[in-house]
Write a protein of this length. Sequence first.
Length: 317
Amino acid sequence: MDLSTLIKKQRPNIKDNSLKSYLISLNKIHENYNKSMDKENTIIKNLNFLKDRKNILTIIDNENTLTTKKNRLTAILVALGLKEDDDDFLNVKKKYADDLFKLTTIYNNEIKGKKTEKEEKNWATMKELLKIPKLYKKEINDLDLKNREKDLSVKQKLLLQYYILSLLYTKLEPIRLDYNVDIVDKEEDIEPDKNYLVNIAKNNKYFVIQDHKTDKTDGMKVIVLDKEINNAINLWLEYNKTGFLFINNRNTRQSSNGLGKMINNAFKPTKKNITLNLIRKIYISENVDKKAVENAKNIAKSMGHSLETQQLVYHKN
């Protein structure tokens, strides 16, 4: 049974990461189910094991976190969606859906208005985070990087990239890891399903984000840059001729994973472990109470998640 192909066929717009997550969950459930039945583990040949809801729920209940339990149930519902024409599978799917609803209620109640211990330890305010680009700007001015005739050192290249990242993720609504873009000089060079920095002129730049988590529902995002971000990028482009905004040590486009690590490093001056996920939570926690529900919907859309997720997951004490 080729679950990957079947799920893709049923859900053609599914993201690769989501599909991979579902398959991992289903294979893990199948493996643990076979163990509980004293059977040799094999590849998933059919979905009949999911009909044994009592034992499946016991297996899921043994998982360590509510998030994992919720992910397991979600994967089951995705798989059972392949059997909509079978009454037996349809009945058990409805029961799993009830199980997921109950678990989601517990999950939301536990995380609403709370921070994890790790988040509590590293929590900062947007005011604190906004100090970071100012530190980088001062360091850049002290080094007089605007008037150098020779190439930058590796450390200086990172400094300029950290400066830009700290601006993007404090002065703008913090999106996901979508800024590892190609640079083009005109709109005609934009290709579908890719992300770009469009560098029209020194005072005219904007991001075109076409490949992001909610692109199927929200479509393309255009992010206009203010003068300070424009100037920071102008300085970086005097030395960076790679065609990519953020680069790795091989001078090629930075990966999403690498960009996440760069963000973490960029905010090291706070002496806290500031991740992108934490920045997004901090941003929402400080903005959602100041804006009406209509504006909150706009924040949710621009950041790429639902209003329900925004209000339940990111609302602090």
